[in-house]
Write a protein that binds this ligand. Structure first.
Ligand code: BTN
Length: 247
């Protein structure tokens, strides 16, 4: 397939060879009146951003794309879109790398054979109810990990290119997005947990000032991580980095 796939409606693609950040470009397009389903894919990003202000190294050959979404649900629920997207990408990558084990890691990473293969960044456009969903997938290269070991689609035995991964994602994301818009979080949470790594097992959660260890008990009805501490307390984690104990 070429670098510029055709996407199922409502998604419509603008492909740019090189841009600072596709999330930034989608925000600029939103200011100019772009609509729900606008997708920007870049061959390369010069200022790709990750969560918590981290850099997202964005070499040519990997997938860097952002979606403009009008959730049609209260803005307070918009963070749930990262679960809708994570679940959809897990299904797409499982199809494209059938020999690999693809898992979701809270809040919005995807792991392949225990290594990070994708990250997502959800932001608001700053105007109206618009949400920007940015997705990076390691396809040809797994840039040096900042925090976690990484892997790319090629090393996981998949032959799909960036365009094919984007198209497969959209095929799954469209129906899941509609389901979320109509029925809210319950079905998404159940399906996401079905793909989650480490449910019911011990995890470490790095917060701003401390690291907690406990049992990953699930998600609350808004998407916060439920962590059962050794003292019997159940903590709701709203933001943090999850690590799994060494096997
Ligand atoms: C993370 O895991 O920290 C999130 C990474 C998100 C990277 C994607 S690449 C496309 C979009 N544009 C950006 O600047 N960031 C997101």
């Amino acid at each position: 397939m070429t670098q510029q796939p055709s996407l199922p409606p409502p998604f419509h693609l603008t492909f740019l060879d090189c841009i600072d950040s596709t999330n930034e470009e989608v925000k600029r397009l939103a200011l100019g009146g772009a609509d729900h389903g606008t997708v920007v894919q870049a061959g390369e990003q010069t200022a790709g951003r990750g969560r918590r202000g981290r850099l997202w190294v964005s070499p040519r050959g990997n997938l860097h794309c952002s979606f403009l979404l009008e959730p049609g649900r209260p803005l307070s629920e918009a963070a749930q879109l990262s679960f809708v997207a994570g679940l959809s990408l897990a299904e797409a990558l499982t199809e494209l790398c059938p020999q690999a084990e693809i898992r979701c890691k809270w809040p919005n990473d995807l792991l392949c054979n225990g290594r990070k293969i994708s990250g997502m960044l959800l932001e608001t456009t700053g105007i109206g109810q618009g949400i920007v969903l940015g997705i990076g997938v390691n396809i040809l290269a797994a840039p040096d990990p900042a925090l976690y070991p990484t892997i790319c689609v090629r090393d996981a035995g998949g032959s799909a290119d960036a365009g094919e991964v984007l198209a497969a994602f959209c095929r799954h994301f469209g129906p899941w997005f509609d389901r979320w818009r109509e029925g809210g979080f319950p079905a998404i949470r159940a399906a996401w947990l079905g793909h989650a790594r480490g449910l019911g097992g011990e995890i470490h959660v790095r917060l701003e000032n401390q690291t907690l260890t406990g049992i990953f008990a699930g998600l609350d009805d808004a998407g916060a991580l439920l962590l059962d501490l050794p003292n019997g307390e159940r903590r709701l984690i709203l933001a943090g980095d999850v690590f799994f104990p060494a096997m």
